[in-house]
Design a protein around this ligand. Structure first.
Ligand code: ADP
Length: 393
């Protein structure tokens, strides 16, 4: 019926009307015509059937649906009814234990900051420490749905706060590293200015030498800091220039050795290896590793640099020295900025404490792997694996 229907009350009214006409003596044909017109117009106007009535609200069903919706969220979520936990999703059960369901939410969360947020009622948020582990930081958000039901979301802020602490530590360390040579330069310049007439030429010469060395240290530090920030900024951009790694490693290893140590450099590449890379950064990586190998290796020993294939898709660069080596407990920390096993030795040899942090970031940008192995009293071997460029056959 094209979605139309004859409303029953209208039809009854039409029949009653027509019956009245018949009783009052109107011609039967006229009455039939009136009835047809009446019912026909009712059909044409055709009111739509009344909309279906909404089903009665079923709270058990909506609670189940809500539970299913939040179950696999990566954020721990609780639903409370009159402050009792009625739903805890998977992450919330992992965080607080399955027994949290059915508990008073203040008992489940326990922390004083959380309890005072919950006691205050209504919407709001609070920062809570040590919810699962001592150093954890969580933000608790409470949103009331109606008078009895509330949703409590627990957002883990630990990583964010670790990043911000690492940032603060980095600024503090960098400032300290910059201030030390600067203080030394200022001290010597002041002495020179005060005693300019009385200083023996030899002493003056020595002071100038120190100022020059400290200024060079400052320059190296600023240049490494700038490299690090540039590499970090590009970290997620995969380099797409195809470069000849064998040529880059050979020339950078020579640079890293310098003219006075070149005779102790032993370089060998088994082939020409092409990689997708940033030539400048790869040079810097090799220079830093070779410089370290000479700095911390014994002064009469050879530094070995090798390039060999690793499987069919990667190339392996190794830089090995024979020297004092590194204690196993220090190895995981070597790529941290400003970490040194022997700060005096590093500074005396012009080290900034940033060389391996730069290497790590360059390797990450090139989707490679860095591995440092060392034996105390024997020496250190640094291995870098890089993916080979895909050559078309
Ligand atoms: P630095 O400028 O101090 O050399 P790096 O980041 O290059 O800074 O290295 C960090 C620390 O790692 C160094 O201070 C040193 O203690 C240790 N290290 C790095 N390479 C070697 C190596 N080949 N042999 C022994 N120790 C090394």
């Amino acid at each position: 019926m094209l979605g139309r229907y004859l409303p029953l009350p209208g039809v009854i009214l039409a029949l009653v009307g027509c019956a009245t006409l018949l009783v009052s003596g109107v011609d039967v044909m006229v009455v039939v015509a009136v009835l047809l017109l009446w019912c026909g117009s009712l059909w044409l106007v055709g009111a739509q059937p009344p909309p279906p009535q909404p089903k009665a609200k079923n709270t058990a069903f909506s609670r189940d649906t809500m539970g299913e919706m939040i179950e696999h969220s990566e954020t721990p979520i609780l639903v409370t009814e009159r402050d009792r936990v009625v739903i805890a999703n998977l992450m919330a059960r992992k965080l607080l234990g399955a027994h949290a369901v059915g508990q008073d939410v203040r008992m489940a969360l326990r922390q004083p900051e959380a309890v005072s947020l919950l006691d205050s009622g209504g919407d709001g948020s609070a920062i809570v420490r040590g919810l699962s582990r001592r150093r954890d930081i969580w933000r608790i958000n409470r949103k009331e749905l109606d008078n009895d039901v509330a949703v409590i979301e627990l957002v883990n802020k630990t990583a964010e706060s670790d990043i911000s602490r690492a940032h603060t530590d980095f600024v503090a360390n960098a400032s300290h590293e910059l201030r030390t040579p600067l203080a030394s330069i200022i001290g010597y310049v002041e002495t020179l200015r005060e005693d300019v007439g009385n200083l023996e030429p030899k002493v003056g010469e020595k002071f100038l030498g120190t100022i020059h060395r400290e200024a060079q240290r400052l320059e190296a530090l600023v240049s490494d800091l700038m490299s690090l920030s540039r590499i970090e900024a590009e970290k997620h951009e995969l380099p797409n220039d195809e470069v000849n790694l064998s040529a880059i490693v050979e020339s950078a290893a020579r640079d890293g050795a310098g003219t006075d140590r070149i005779s102790r450099l032993d370089f060998e590449a088994s082939d020409t290896f092409l990689v997708c890379g940033d030539a400048q950064q790869l040079e810097q990586l090799v220079r830093n590793l070779v410089d370290n190998a000479f700095k911390y290796g014994r002064s009469d020993e050879t530094v070995t640099v090798r390039l060999h294939p690793k499987g069919r898709a990667r190339v392996r660069l190794t830089v090995s020295d024979r020297g004092d080596g590194i204690a196993p407990e220090h190895i995981p920390q070597l790529t941290r900025r400003f970490f040194r096993t022997d700060p005096g030795r590093s500074r005396a040899s012009g080290g900034t404490g940033l060389g391996l942090a730069i290497v790590k970031h360059i390797v990450e940008r090139h989707r490679g792997r860095l591995d440092i192995s060392s034996k105390l009293g024997e020496g250190t071997r640094v291995e870098v694996l890089l993916p080979l460029a895909k050559t078309e056959n």
